[in-house]
Design a binder for this molecule. Structure first.
Ligand SMILES: Nc1ncnc2c1ncn2[C@@H]1O[C@H](COP(=O)(O)OP(=O)(O)O)[C@@H](O)[C@H]1O
Ligand SMILES: [Mg+2]
Length: 506
């Protein structure tokens, strides 16, 4: 059999039994991987399979819980991305990685302004010149380095981040789902950088969920699933079907999901999302109808638009076209205030940032959403508030020392329950749950599934957005799959084939 280029190159980076825990979540489970000079290695896996975590550990942004890494045969244990970067390992992150309010040049040389010190001053001129050179080097010449980064659109900002990583001339470059958000021009820039690095005997680890793109660009591909390394294939063994099978094929026997296998809900439509296009451009001409007593699942890969859909339903996205209607009242939902007034509840994905006030108590967090239920006038009745909160804490068995405990100090699962408590207590009729079980352990998960099922049985309607296909299949009456902001598939309880669903996502 023909040996691939990757296997021929000298070993440059090796991880041995890397594990990473986030509280109860095992994001990486004994991952051992070998990267060689002159290879572009693809990383693929469902959402939540551990790709970003692996890249972050290699770059020094995260530290592993256990396991080791070797770089050029020596122990490699970076404490920060800066340290990793100085040693020759650079990463273009999945999230935004720039600083607002300063120029392009200042972004590119953030933390390295010292290079341009002349006497007591930083020479902006020299810095701008060097930044323009850095931009030219990666083939991005559409902007001037003296411009403020805020003047650029998101795609162009990504180019600045790339230039910033490339000025350190990394020997290993990690690219985490960067191409998805880019136009062809932006993609070409990244592809060129990758190809050049390969030709120079360096290495690239390329994360994307676009299987065709990976097959076209990579010399070898590693599949992750549930934090485990499932397989590494050489280019000549790339076959879309086999790779997809490696990505799924999980044990579905979790007993904690709904046990019935029938679609069951009323005919009444309670929510009508009609032809919605969001200002972010991540959701395009999207429509759905939610029925009373229905658990409607929303799934897809990163950037498919599912999180924006949740926000749009709750009135938190600017809509370019379309409407969100609370059908029983006919009201159009245009703000979170409208949504709350009409009995909507929303558990956002970024719970720590959006849904909870970390520095406030359990009591204040839970009562903030329910205040209108507690108070009949402009006054807060402390006794009523306390009773209300205690009821929620008990109902969800939230483990806290008292309802006055500051939320920040609760475990992840208990934080999650506090968010649930906020909304369930309000007796919402329509609940939008965005990744409701993200980062919680099996016990808490089971409790949440039970709660969700109870709510359904009480006639409440639920939109369940999730990155975990198993829980979508396990819990929903109907499942909509999004791809690039549009509907790409619809599946009904009792007829949800994991394989077919994955095919719609990719
Ligand atoms: N900062 C974090 N806190 C808690 N859980 C996290 C954090 N980052 C990632 N996770 C969890 O770790 C797992 C792997 O996530 P990630 O590496 O981002 O996956 P991928 O990049 O493949 O989508 C997921 O279950 C995710 O929810
Ligand atoms: Mg990721």
């Amino acid at each position: 059999m023909k040996q691939n280029i990757a296997a021929e190159g000298e070993l440059i980076l090796e991880t041995k039994n890397l594990c990473k825990q986030f509280g109860p979540t095992t994001a990486l489970d004994q991952v051992s991987i070998k990267i060689h000079r002159g290879e572009i290695r693809g990383l693929i896996g469902e959402n939540g399979s551990g790709k970003s975590t692996l890249a972050s550990v290699i770059s020094g942004m995260l530290q592993p819980t256990s396991g080791e890494m070797f770089y050029h045969g020596e122990i490699y244990r970076p404490k920060t991305m800066l340290e990793g970067g100085n040693l020759g390992i650079g990463m273009i992150v999945q999230e935004q990685g720039y600083v607002s309010g300063i120029t392009i040049a200042q972004n590119i040389f953030l933390g390295e302004e010292g290079r341009f010190r002349k006497g007591g001053f930083i020479s902006a001129k020299a810095m701008n010149r060097a930044a323009n050179e850095a931009l030219a080097e990666i083939g991005f010449t559409d902007v001037d380095a003296a411009q403020y980064i805020d003047e650029l659109d998101l795609q162009d900002r990504k180019m600045i981040e790339i230039a910033r990583v490339m000025i350190n001339r990394p020997e290993i470059l990690l690219v985490d789902e960067t191409t998805t958000a880019l136009s062809q021009h932006g993609r070409e820039i990244i592809y060129n950088i990758m190809a050049k690095m390969r030709d120079e005997g360096k290495a690239v680890i390329f994360i994307s969920h676009d299987l065709d793109e990976l097959m076209a660009r990579c010399d070898a591909m590693t599949v992750l699933r549930d934090g485990k390394l499932i397989a590494t294939l050489d280019k000549e063994d790339f076959a879309a079907d086999a790779i997809k099978r490696y990505m799924v094929g999980r044990d579905m026997s979790g007993k904690y999901y709904r046990e019935d296998n029938e679609r069951s809900h009323q005919e009444t439509v309670v929510l009508d999302v009609d032809n919605v296009t969001t200002g972010s451009g991540l959701l395009i001409n999207f429509s759905l109808q939610l029925h009373q007593g229905e658990i409607l699942g929303i799934g897809g890969l990163s950037h498919c638009g599912m999180h924006e859909l949740g926000k749009a339903i709750f009135g938190e996205e600017k809509l370019l076209t379309g409407t969100v209607t609370h059908v029983p009242s006919g009201a159009k939902i245009k703000s979170a205030r409208d949504a709350m007034r009409h009995g909507f509840g929303y558990v956002s994905k970024d719970r720590d940032q959006e849904a909870l006030v970390l520095t406030a108590s359990v009591k204040d967090n839970i009562s903030s959403a329910g205040l209108d239920r507690i108070n009949s006038g402009p006054f807060i009745f402390p006794r009523k508030e306390k009773d209300y909160v205690e009821t929620q804490v008990e109902r969800l068995s939230i483990k806290c020392t008292s309802i006055n405990q500051i939320v920040q100090y609760l475990s992840g699962g208990n934080k999650q329950k506090v968010v649930f408590g906020k909304w369930i207590g309000r007796d919402c009729d329509i609940l939008v749950l965005d990744c409701p079980t993200r980062g919680v352990d099996i016990g808490v998960k089971a409790a949440m599934y039970q709660l969700i099922e109870d709510m359904k049985n009480q006639g409440k309607s639920i939109v369940m957005i999730s990155e975990e296909l198993t829980e979508l299949i396990g819990m929903t009456d109907r499942l909509l799959i999004l791809k690039n902001g549009r509907l790409s598939g619809e599946f009904f309880r009792g007829a949800m084939s994991e394989h077919e669903i994955i095919n719609c996502m990719i």
